[in-house]
Design a protein. Structure first.
Length: 319
């Protein structure tokens, strides 16, 4: 079910974005403005990871074009593609590339689109602040926790590592419609969708935050921005992908040392919406042209210089 985006720190994020991007004249500094008096609506749905980024872009854009109303919903990457390919949305937020079967549905429905990499992300593994034993976890340990064969078997932290205490292991994570679920299971378990099912799944990352914050032995995973926005109630775990323990951060995601849980984030734009709806074109142009400052303000990992070039090229194909 689609739901209007709600996430911890939404008001604070929007406020910080305005403070970071707005100069004395009331317009975002270092960004492109249209000032064309455009009005209309833009609808976006999909990934709960990408939703706060698109919402932040929309909040900032309202200061440029107050007449453009951008609605951002969260039904997971897969759920977003379902409504997008049905022609019900203008933009699909995605934390993974579109699958062949999803692309086929779009094609059958006559929905043409353009994929744009809009930011980067590091999937964060998070634990309760009282957890003082799992400072760093290897990919093998995460596999022990999340593998399908661990269901109903690995239920205590001391089963993950004998040095860990006798504390019940409670798990929270992304729902199966989420691109985060697909990426995490492929990176940790070696196969997309391969996961134990005895955990608390949700397309709303706030559910994972609340669950992990409420149980000393809890563990969960989601995008880096949710960790950064909630450091008062949860804490991140360093990941050892084979070259030592590395914490998720802007630097480690961009330089490629945070492996295997770093990934690009996408928006998919309906070609028809872009061509036929001035509000959609204006917002998408603004979003892509200002992708780096928007990502920085929203606590996402911005595009690299090479990625900016590619994003501009992708945007140009829409024109």
């Amino acid at each position: 079910m689609n739901s209007k985006i709600t996430f911890v720190g939404a008001a604070a994020l929007a406020a910080s974005a305005t403070l970071l991007l707005t100069g004395c004249g009331g317009q975002p500094t270092g960004t492109e403005t249209s000032g064309a008096g455009i009005s209309g609506s833009v609808t976006a749905d999909g990934s709960s990871t990408v939703a706060p980024l698109t919402e932040a872009a929309a909040d900032i854009y309202r200061d440029v074009e107050a007449g453009v109303q951008v609605t951002v919903a969260t039904s997971g990457t897969g759920g977003g593609f379902k409504v997008f390919c049905a022609g019900e949305t203008d933009i699909s937020n995605a934390s993974r590339p579109i699958k062949d079967e999803e692309a086929a549905i779009c094609a059958d429905a006559g929905i043409e689109y353009t994929e744009i990499v809009i930011a980067n992300d590091g999937l964060s593994v998070v634990v309760n602040p009282e957890n003082d034993w799992a400072q760093c976890l290897t990919v093998e340990q995460l596999n022990t926790i999340w593998a399908p064969e661990s269901e109903g078997v690995v239920t205590n932290w001391n089963q993950v590592d004998p040095s860990f205490p006798d504390v019940a292991l409670t798990l929270y994570g992304a729902g199966t419609d989420s691109g985060t679920f697909d990426y995490f299971t492929a990176a940790i378990n070696g196969e997309e969708g391969a996961s134990r099912t005895d955990y608390s799944p949700s397309e709303d990352d706030n559910v994972t935050i609340q669950g992990v914050a409420g149980e000393p032995g809890a563990l969960g995973y989601f995008g880096l921005s949710y960790l950064e926005e909630n450091l008062d109630v949860i804490k991140g775990v360093e990941i050892d992908g084979g070259a030592g323990c590395v914490a998720p951060s802007v630097e480690t995601v961009q330089d490629g040392t945070y492996t295997p849980l770093a990934r690009p984030l996408f928006i998919y734009v309906s070609n028809a919406s872009y061509a036929e709806k001035p509000a959609v074109k204006a917002f998408v142009d603004y979003y892509v042209e200002n992708a780096v400052p928007v990502a920085e303000a929203a606590l996402f990992v911005p595009l690299t210089a090479d990625q900016v070039t590619v994003a501009q090229e992708e945007l140009a194909t829409l024109g």
